[in-house]
Write a protein that binds this ligand. Structure first.
Ligand SMILES: [Fe+2]
Length: 362
Protein backbone atom coordinates (compact mmCIF):
# COMPACT_ATOMS: atom_id res chain seq x y z
CA UNK A 1 0.00 0.00 0.00
CA UNK A 2 1.20 3.54 -0.78
CA UNK A 3 1.26 5.58 2.43
CA UNK A 4 -0.51 8.95 2.48
CA UNK A 5 1.40 12.23 2.79
CA UNK A 6 -0.65 14.20 5.30
CA UNK A 7 0.83 17.69 5.23
CA UNK A 8 -0.20 18.38 1.65
CA UNK A 9 -3.02 19.99 -0.32
CA UNK A 10 -5.52 17.67 -2.00
CA UNK A 11 -8.44 18.27 -4.31
CA UNK A 12 -11.63 17.47 -2.38
CA UNK A 13 -14.18 18.46 -5.03
CA UNK A 14 -14.93 20.71 -7.95
CA UNK A 15 -16.28 24.03 -6.70
CA UNK A 16 -19.53 23.33 -8.59
CA UNK A 17 -20.13 20.22 -6.46
CA UNK A 18 -20.30 22.15 -3.19
CA UNK A 19 -23.44 24.13 -2.36
CA UNK A 20 -26.25 24.11 0.16
CA UNK A 21 -26.66 20.34 -0.11
CA UNK A 22 -24.26 18.49 2.21
CA UNK A 23 -21.48 16.71 0.34
CA UNK A 24 -19.56 13.84 1.96
CA UNK A 25 -16.08 12.72 0.90
CA UNK A 26 -13.52 10.54 2.68
CA UNK A 27 -10.04 11.97 2.23
CA UNK A 28 -6.93 10.27 3.64
CA UNK A 29 -9.29 8.04 5.63
CA UNK A 30 -11.05 11.03 7.23
CA UNK A 31 -14.80 11.40 6.62
CA UNK A 32 -15.50 15.05 5.84
CA UNK A 33 -18.69 17.03 5.19
CA UNK A 34 -18.68 20.05 2.84
CA UNK A 35 -21.15 22.90 2.33
CA UNK A 36 -21.25 26.59 1.43
CA UNK A 37 -22.26 29.41 3.75
CA UNK A 38 -25.49 31.19 2.87
CA UNK A 39 -24.22 34.76 2.40
CA UNK A 40 -20.49 34.62 1.68
CA UNK A 41 -20.63 31.28 -0.25
CA UNK A 42 -17.45 30.12 1.44
CA UNK A 43 -16.72 26.40 1.50
CA UNK A 44 -16.85 24.82 4.97
CA UNK A 45 -15.15 21.47 5.62
CA UNK A 46 -15.85 19.70 8.92
CA UNK A 47 -15.32 16.23 10.29
CA UNK A 48 -18.34 14.17 9.26
CA UNK A 49 -18.90 12.62 12.70
CA UNK A 50 -20.96 14.19 15.46
CA UNK A 51 -18.95 14.50 18.66
CA UNK A 52 -21.84 12.95 20.61
CA UNK A 53 -22.43 9.48 19.10
CA UNK A 54 -20.39 9.68 15.88
CA UNK A 55 -23.46 9.94 13.67
CA UNK A 56 -22.51 11.15 10.16
CA UNK A 57 -23.26 14.85 9.92
CA UNK A 58 -23.90 14.45 6.18
CA UNK A 59 -27.17 12.83 7.29
CA UNK A 60 -28.09 16.08 9.09
CA UNK A 61 -29.17 19.45 7.71
CA UNK A 62 -28.25 23.13 7.53
CA UNK A 63 -29.91 25.85 9.57
CA UNK A 64 -28.42 29.01 8.06
CA UNK A 65 -24.70 28.41 8.32
CA UNK A 66 -25.05 25.94 11.19
CA UNK A 67 -24.85 22.22 10.64
CA UNK A 68 -27.35 20.25 12.72
CA UNK A 69 -26.84 16.56 13.49
CA UNK A 70 -29.82 14.57 12.22
CA UNK A 71 -29.72 12.15 15.18
CA UNK A 72 -29.89 14.21 18.42
CA UNK A 73 -29.75 17.79 17.18
CA UNK A 74 -26.24 18.92 18.20
CA UNK A 75 -25.53 22.06 16.12
CA UNK A 76 -22.10 23.21 14.89
CA UNK A 77 -20.81 26.52 13.55
CA UNK A 78 -18.56 26.83 10.47
CA UNK A 79 -15.43 26.33 12.59
CA UNK A 80 -16.75 23.08 14.04
CA UNK A 81 -17.62 24.37 17.50
CA UNK A 82 -20.79 22.92 18.95
CA UNK A 83 -23.06 25.88 19.66
CA UNK A 84 -26.22 24.09 20.74
CA UNK A 85 -27.02 20.93 22.67
CA UNK A 86 -30.71 20.04 23.08
CA UNK A 87 -32.10 19.81 26.61
CA UNK A 88 -29.41 21.73 28.47
CA UNK A 89 -28.04 25.27 28.57
CA UNK A 90 -24.37 24.44 28.92
CA UNK A 91 -22.46 23.25 25.86
CA UNK A 92 -19.44 21.15 26.90
CA UNK A 93 -16.19 22.95 26.16
CA UNK A 94 -14.80 19.89 24.35
CA UNK A 95 -17.78 19.65 22.02
CA UNK A 96 -16.18 20.44 18.68
CA UNK A 97 -15.42 18.63 15.46
CA UNK A 98 -12.30 19.21 13.34
CA UNK A 99 -12.50 21.92 10.70
CA UNK A 100 -10.15 21.81 7.74
CA UNK A 101 -8.40 24.62 5.82
CA UNK A 102 -9.87 24.91 2.31
CA UNK A 103 -8.93 27.05 -0.70
CA UNK A 104 -10.86 27.47 -3.94
CA UNK A 105 -8.56 27.78 -6.93
CA UNK A 106 -8.72 26.83 -10.62
CA UNK A 107 -12.26 25.43 -10.17
CA UNK A 108 -11.10 23.01 -7.46
CA UNK A 109 -11.77 22.94 -3.72
CA UNK A 110 -8.39 22.17 -2.17
CA UNK A 111 -8.22 20.78 1.37
CA UNK A 112 -5.38 20.41 3.88
CA UNK A 113 -5.62 17.29 6.04
CA UNK A 114 -2.46 17.53 8.19
CA UNK A 115 -1.29 20.13 10.72
CA UNK A 116 -3.37 23.27 9.96
CA UNK A 117 -0.48 25.51 11.10
CA UNK A 118 1.51 24.32 8.07
CA UNK A 119 -1.20 24.99 5.47
CA UNK A 120 0.24 27.57 3.06
CA UNK A 121 -2.12 28.34 0.13
CA UNK A 122 0.83 29.65 -1.92
CA UNK A 123 2.12 26.09 -2.26
CA UNK A 124 -0.97 24.84 -4.11
CA UNK A 125 0.03 23.92 -7.69
CA UNK A 126 -1.88 25.65 -10.50
CA UNK A 127 -3.99 24.49 -13.44
CA UNK A 128 -5.10 27.93 -14.64
CA UNK A 129 -6.91 26.81 -17.82
CA UNK A 130 -9.62 25.13 -15.72
CA UNK A 131 -11.12 28.49 -14.75
CA UNK A 132 -10.03 30.55 -17.77
CA UNK A 133 -12.73 31.60 -20.27
CA UNK A 134 -10.24 31.28 -23.13
CA UNK A 135 -10.34 27.53 -22.55
CA UNK A 136 -13.29 25.17 -22.75
CA UNK A 137 -13.17 22.40 -20.19
CA UNK A 138 -15.12 19.17 -19.74
CA UNK A 139 -14.53 16.77 -16.89
CA UNK A 140 -15.75 14.55 -14.10
CA UNK A 141 -14.71 12.41 -11.16
CA UNK A 142 -14.58 8.64 -10.92
CA UNK A 143 -13.90 6.75 -7.69
CA UNK A 144 -11.53 3.80 -8.10
CA UNK A 145 -11.20 0.81 -5.75
CA UNK A 146 -7.42 0.90 -5.83
CA UNK A 147 -4.43 2.23 -3.90
CA UNK A 148 -3.82 5.78 -5.15
CA UNK A 149 -0.23 4.81 -6.00
CA UNK A 150 -1.62 2.64 -8.81
CA UNK A 151 -3.26 5.68 -10.40
CA UNK A 152 0.01 7.64 -10.12
CA UNK A 153 1.81 4.73 -11.84
CA UNK A 154 -0.87 4.59 -14.54
CA UNK A 155 -0.62 8.27 -15.41
CA UNK A 156 3.17 8.47 -15.29
CA UNK A 157 3.51 5.71 -17.90
CA UNK A 158 1.40 6.55 -20.93
CA UNK A 159 2.79 3.65 -22.97
CA UNK A 160 -0.33 1.88 -21.71
CA UNK A 161 -2.39 4.06 -24.10
CA UNK A 162 -1.30 1.79 -26.96
CA UNK A 163 -2.67 -1.34 -25.28
CA UNK A 164 -5.42 -0.28 -22.89
CA UNK A 165 -6.78 2.61 -24.97
CA UNK A 166 -6.10 1.37 -28.52
CA UNK A 167 -8.72 2.76 -30.91
CA UNK A 168 -9.37 5.72 -28.56
CA UNK A 169 -6.18 7.64 -27.73
CA UNK A 170 -3.53 4.96 -28.20
CA UNK A 171 -1.52 4.30 -31.36
CA UNK A 172 1.61 2.14 -31.84
CA UNK A 173 3.89 5.21 -31.68
CA UNK A 174 3.02 6.00 -28.05
CA UNK A 175 4.56 2.81 -26.70
CA UNK A 176 7.40 2.85 -29.25
CA UNK A 177 8.67 6.41 -28.72
CA UNK A 178 11.25 6.77 -25.92
CA UNK A 179 10.64 9.27 -23.13
CA UNK A 180 12.80 11.85 -21.44
CA UNK A 181 12.42 12.32 -17.69
CA UNK A 182 13.34 15.29 -15.52
CA UNK A 183 13.02 15.25 -11.77
CA UNK A 184 12.96 18.26 -9.46
CA UNK A 185 13.27 16.47 -6.14
CA UNK A 186 13.10 19.61 -4.02
CA UNK A 187 9.93 20.95 -5.62
CA UNK A 188 8.42 17.47 -5.85
CA UNK A 189 7.85 17.70 -9.62
CA UNK A 190 8.41 14.96 -12.19
CA UNK A 191 8.36 15.76 -15.91
CA UNK A 192 8.04 13.03 -18.53
CA UNK A 193 8.06 13.97 -22.21
CA UNK A 194 7.38 12.03 -25.36
CA UNK A 195 7.55 13.83 -28.70
CA UNK A 196 6.23 11.82 -31.62
CA UNK A 197 7.28 13.39 -34.94
CA UNK A 198 5.20 11.33 -37.33
CA UNK A 199 2.39 9.36 -35.77
CA UNK A 200 -1.02 7.96 -36.49
CA UNK A 201 -3.82 10.30 -35.38
CA UNK A 202 -6.06 8.50 -32.85
CA UNK A 203 -9.85 9.00 -33.11
CA UNK A 204 -9.86 11.31 -30.05
CA UNK A 205 -7.75 13.89 -31.87
CA UNK A 206 -8.88 13.18 -35.45
CA UNK A 207 -12.47 13.99 -34.51
CA UNK A 208 -11.70 16.97 -32.29
CA UNK A 209 -9.11 18.71 -34.49
CA UNK A 210 -10.36 17.60 -37.91
CA UNK A 211 -6.80 16.73 -38.96
CA UNK A 212 -6.68 14.04 -41.65
CA UNK A 213 -3.49 12.06 -41.99
CA UNK A 214 -0.46 11.75 -39.79
CA UNK A 215 0.42 14.08 -36.95
CA UNK A 216 3.14 15.37 -34.73
CA UNK A 217 2.05 14.62 -31.19
CA UNK A 218 3.72 15.91 -28.06
CA UNK A 219 2.95 14.60 -24.59
CA UNK A 220 4.54 16.62 -21.81
CA UNK A 221 3.65 15.40 -18.34
CA UNK A 222 4.16 17.54 -15.26
CA UNK A 223 3.32 15.76 -12.00
CA UNK A 224 3.19 17.88 -8.87
CA UNK A 225 3.26 15.28 -6.11
CA UNK A 226 1.10 14.19 -4.52
CA UNK A 227 -2.14 15.40 -6.09
CA UNK A 228 -1.91 17.36 -9.35
CA UNK A 229 -1.05 15.78 -12.70
CA UNK A 230 -0.90 17.85 -15.89
CA UNK A 231 -0.55 16.48 -19.40
CA UNK A 232 0.24 19.20 -21.93
CA UNK A 233 -0.84 17.68 -25.24
CA UNK A 234 0.14 19.30 -28.54
CA UNK A 235 -1.26 18.06 -31.87
CA UNK A 236 -0.47 19.31 -35.40
CA UNK A 237 -0.19 17.99 -38.96
CA UNK A 238 3.31 16.64 -39.60
CA UNK A 239 5.78 19.48 -40.27
CA UNK A 240 4.12 22.17 -38.14
CA UNK A 241 5.71 21.30 -34.77
CA UNK A 242 8.01 22.77 -33.63
CA UNK A 243 7.28 26.25 -34.99
CA UNK A 244 9.96 28.66 -36.29
CA UNK A 245 11.07 29.67 -32.78
CA UNK A 246 10.80 26.14 -31.47
CA UNK A 247 7.38 27.02 -30.12
CA UNK A 248 4.06 25.19 -30.26
CA UNK A 249 1.70 28.08 -30.98
CA UNK A 250 0.50 26.69 -34.32
CA UNK A 251 -0.56 23.39 -32.78
CA UNK A 252 -3.88 22.40 -31.24
CA UNK A 253 -3.50 22.70 -27.46
CA UNK A 254 -5.21 20.26 -25.13
CA UNK A 255 -4.54 20.38 -21.40
CA UNK A 256 -5.45 17.18 -19.60
CA UNK A 257 -5.64 17.62 -15.84
CA UNK A 258 -5.96 14.94 -13.20
CA UNK A 259 -6.25 15.36 -9.46
CA UNK A 260 -5.34 12.19 -7.59
CA UNK A 261 -6.84 12.23 -4.09
CA UNK A 262 -6.41 9.22 -1.80
CA UNK A 263 -9.75 8.39 -0.17
CA UNK A 264 -8.99 5.31 1.94
CA UNK A 265 -5.93 3.02 1.89
CA UNK A 266 -7.33 1.21 -1.14
CA UNK A 267 -9.63 3.74 -2.82
CA UNK A 268 -8.88 6.93 -4.73
CA UNK A 269 -10.82 9.81 -6.30
CA UNK A 270 -9.88 10.33 -9.94
CA UNK A 271 -10.75 13.91 -10.94
CA UNK A 272 -10.23 14.33 -14.70
CA UNK A 273 -10.59 17.27 -17.08
CA UNK A 274 -9.94 17.99 -20.74
CA UNK A 275 -9.40 21.66 -21.68
CA UNK A 276 -9.04 22.95 -25.25
CA UNK A 277 -8.27 26.34 -26.77
CA UNK A 278 -10.16 25.72 -30.03
CA UNK A 279 -13.84 25.27 -31.01
CA UNK A 280 -14.81 26.64 -27.58
CA UNK A 281 -18.43 27.27 -28.54
CA UNK A 282 -18.97 23.91 -30.21
CA UNK A 283 -21.32 22.08 -27.80
CA UNK A 284 -21.29 18.91 -29.86
CA UNK A 285 -17.51 18.83 -29.58
CA UNK A 286 -17.74 19.30 -25.82
CA UNK A 287 -20.16 16.38 -25.55
CA UNK A 288 -17.91 14.23 -27.75
CA UNK A 289 -14.76 15.04 -25.73
CA UNK A 290 -16.54 14.46 -22.43
CA UNK A 291 -18.09 11.12 -23.38
CA UNK A 292 -15.06 9.85 -25.27
CA UNK A 293 -12.63 10.78 -22.52
CA UNK A 294 -14.89 9.32 -19.85
CA UNK A 295 -14.81 6.03 -21.75
CA UNK A 296 -11.00 6.20 -21.67
CA UNK A 297 -11.01 7.02 -17.94
CA UNK A 298 -13.34 4.06 -17.30
CA UNK A 299 -10.91 1.77 -19.14
CA UNK A 300 -8.30 2.84 -16.57
CA UNK A 301 -10.80 2.48 -13.70
CA UNK A 302 -11.60 -1.10 -14.75
CA UNK A 303 -7.91 -1.95 -15.17
CA UNK A 304 -6.93 -0.53 -11.77
CA UNK A 305 -9.86 -2.24 -10.00
CA UNK A 306 -8.64 -5.50 -11.54
CA UNK A 307 -5.00 -4.83 -10.67
CA UNK A 308 -5.82 -3.97 -7.05
CA UNK A 309 -7.68 -7.27 -6.62
CA UNK A 310 -4.77 -9.19 -8.15
CA UNK A 311 -2.21 -7.43 -5.94
CA UNK A 312 -4.22 -8.18 -2.80
CA UNK A 313 -3.70 -11.88 -3.50
CA UNK A 314 0.06 -11.50 -4.00
CA UNK A 315 2.29 -12.80 -1.22
CA UNK A 316 4.13 -10.18 0.84
CA UNK A 317 7.37 -8.95 -0.75
CA UNK A 318 6.68 -9.81 -4.40
CA UNK A 319 9.23 -8.39 -6.83
CA UNK A 320 8.20 -6.04 -9.62
CA UNK A 321 10.26 -5.64 -12.76
CA UNK A 322 10.85 -2.07 -13.92
CA UNK A 323 12.10 -0.88 -17.32
CA UNK A 324 13.14 2.45 -18.90
CA UNK A 325 9.56 3.66 -19.25
CA UNK A 326 9.17 3.49 -15.44
CA UNK A 327 11.77 6.19 -14.72
CA UNK A 328 9.10 8.84 -14.13
CA UNK A 329 6.86 6.57 -12.08
CA UNK A 330 9.76 5.46 -9.88
CA UNK A 331 10.79 9.10 -9.32
CA UNK A 332 7.20 9.87 -8.31
CA UNK A 333 7.23 7.01 -5.80
CA UNK A 334 10.50 8.31 -4.31
CA UNK A 335 9.07 11.80 -3.89
CA UNK A 336 5.84 10.46 -2.37
CA UNK A 337 7.86 8.42 0.15
CA UNK A 338 9.76 11.57 1.15
CA UNK A 339 6.54 13.60 1.53
CA UNK A 340 5.09 10.83 3.69
CA UNK A 341 8.17 10.81 5.94
CA UNK A 342 8.00 14.62 6.29
CA UNK A 343 4.32 14.48 7.23
CA UNK A 344 4.66 11.72 9.79
CA UNK A 345 2.97 12.75 13.00
CA UNK A 346 4.24 12.05 16.51
CA UNK A 347 2.77 8.94 18.12
CA UNK A 348 -0.90 9.43 18.88
CA UNK A 349 -2.00 9.94 22.48
CA UNK A 350 -3.86 6.95 23.93
CA UNK A 351 -7.51 6.97 22.90
CA UNK A 352 -9.95 8.40 25.40
CA UNK A 353 -11.95 5.94 27.49
CA UNK A 354 -15.10 5.41 25.38
CA UNK A 355 -17.16 4.65 28.48
CA UNK A 356 -16.32 7.95 30.19
CA UNK A 357 -19.40 10.14 30.57
CA UNK A 358 -19.05 13.74 29.47
CA UNK A 359 -21.01 16.52 31.21
CA UNK A 360 -23.36 16.63 28.21
CA UNK A 361 -24.82 13.26 29.07
CA UNK A 362 -25.20 13.73 32.84
FE1 LIG B 1 -5.03 5.40 -19.22
Amino acid sequence: MTAHARNQWYVAAYGREVGRELLGRTILNEPIVFYRTEETKEVVALSDRCVHRRYPLTAGYLEGDRLVCGYHGFAYDTKGSCVYVPGQKRVPRTARVSSYPVVEQDSFVWIWIGDPALADPDTIPRAPWLADPRWKTVGGMEPIDADYGLLVDNLMDLSHETYLHGGYIGTPEVAETPITTEVDEGAGIVRVSRHMDDAECPPFYARSTGIEGRITRWQDIEYHAPCLYLLHSRIAPVGVLPGPDGDDSDAFHVEITYAITPSTDDTVYDFWSVSRDFAQDDEEMSTFLHDFNRTVVMQDVDALNLLQKALEKEPEGYQELSINIDTGGLAARRILARLVAEGEEPAKAPAADPTAVSPATR
